[in-house]
Write a protein that binds this ligand. Structure first.
Ligand SMILES: NC(=O)c1ccc[n+]([C@@H]2O[C@H](COP(=O)([O-])OP(=O)(O)OC[C@H]3O[C@@H](n4cnc5c(N)ncnc54)[C@H](O)[C@@H]3O)[C@@H](O)[C@H]2O)c1
Length: 374
């Protein structure tokens, strides 16, 4: 870190400059206390798009087409403090293994890895990285950081609904977008939809419920989307709709309702927590929280509160302002002002739930979630 104008400037590298890498760039550009020092992507067009997103800040930014070359430079001449890994899911494992040889702080996009074995190995290596180099390691779980969702979580944790018994998460959205090289059409690259997309929601469940999952049942399939798509003659194999029910060790239960052919929905995410005293809901993108205490028929039924997000933050990405606040938490951990909020262990456990859900959907049976040292 270099000291500028009374605060420590953190110099970032972005590995993988596709859709999400560019969202990171646009959000980092909103901060006076960071600088982008390097870009790394094997695809020229992705690097060009990243340079366009950087605008005037592109001058002097180093470019690499290969992560090995970036790591070699980071170990010698290149001045860089932190790296964001936003390459495709199936590359996280190899990219992270290279980065663990450096002293860099690392924010890795979700899912940590595509398989449980890889996620286990990477979580162990991430802990060793932090122990030996002091480098912070965190996983990109955006949904915790959408401002209305953050407030929802804080209110549930503060006990507003009483003892939490039920947590329902609904995501009704558009189909998977096209990606560079179409990597997201196949479960072997993504881990499967329940890992790729739903690790976010499994992470939210663990975080909000405050306990570990014991077992789950997932019913899901690819019923509507991607039916006519072929890549080198191969049809995609990714779930586009599912229901998942999860039992937690503290007796709470949660469910996830995912539909990826519902782009007409008013709200993309609707989350409801019900305890023995009340119910609290949050709606994205409406940004409303709805509190419904257990009152009699004549009582005032609901209180609605809107959580506004600055336009500049909404415009810098596709995640309701979350990326900006995720960076804030990552930077606070780098500067030693707070602990890491989303650890490698959190990333591992979200993958474990996703892998269990994929298996449950395939085998059509309840799957026990492996104990991971809890
Ligand atoms: N947190 C979120 O809500 C969220 C949203 C979207 C994507 N993501 C995650 O971000 C990652 C990237 O997704 P995306 O949507 O940007 O995909 P994308 O296809 O748009 O971009 C990926 C980029 O990585 C590059 N790449 C491929 N192999 C690489 C390697 N070995 N090293 C460096 N770069 C490499 C590709 O050329 C491409 O430019 C994925 O892990 C995805 O799951 C997270």
């Amino acid at each position: 870190m270099t000291s500028t104008q009374g605060h420590d400037e953190v110099r970032f590298a972005i590995v993988g400059t596709g859709l999400m890498g560019i969202e990171h760039i646009r959000n980092l550009k909103l901060r006076p206390d960071v600088r982008i020092a390097a870009l790394c992507d094997p695809v020229k067009k992705s690097l060009e798009r990243a340079r366009t997103a950087l605008g005037d800040d592109a001058s002097g930014v180093a470019e690499f087409s290969d992560c090995g070359a970036f790591v070699a430079a980071a170990k010698s001449r290149l001045q860089v403090d932190a790296v964001i890994v936003a390459s495709p899911n199936h590359t996280h494992h190899e990219v992270l293994k290279l980065l663990f040889g450096t002293r860099l702080h690392i924010l890795c996009e979700k899912p940590l890895c595509t398989t449980l074995d890889d996620a286990r190995r990477i979580a162990e290596a991430a802990d060793a990285h932090t122990r030996t180099t002091g480098g912070v390691f965190s996983v990109g779980m955006e949904y915790r950081y959408m401002p209305p969702v953050s407030e929802f979580i804080a209110r549930v944790k503060a006990g507003e609904v009483g003892k939490l018994r039920m947590l329902a998460i609904r995501e009704h959205r558009f189909p998977f977008l096209p990606k560079v090289g179409d990597w997201n059409r196949f479960s072997r690259n993504t881990g499967g939809t329940m890992v790729e997309k739903c690790c976010h929601f499994f992470d939210l469940m663990r975080f909000i419920v405050g306990a570990e999952p014991v077992r789950l049942y997932c019913s899901g399939a690819m019923d509507v989307n991607h039916q006519d798509e072929r890549y080198a003659g191969e049809k995609p194999d990714i779930i586009d709709n599912s229901y998942t029910i999860v039992d937690f060790a503290n007796g709470a239960r949660a469910m996830l309702d995912l539909c990826m052919f519902a782009e007409g929905s008013q709200n993309q995410e609707e989350i409801a927590a019900v305890g023995d005293l009340a119910k609290l809901e949050v709606l994205i993108p409406d940004g409303d929280l709805i509190f419904s205490p257990r009152v009699g028929f004549a009582g005032k039924k609901i209180e609605r509160r809107h959580v506004a997000v600055e336009q500049a933050l909404l415009g810098a990405g596709h995640h309701h302002g979350a990326t900006y606040f995720q960076h804030e938490a990552f930077l606070a951990a780098i500067r030693g002002r707070s602990a890491v909020e989303v650890s490698a262990n959190d990333g591992l456990r979200a993958v474990a739930m996703g892998v269990a859900a994929e298996r449950s959907a395939q085998e059509k049976k309840v799957v026990e979630i492996p104990r991971l040292g809890d």
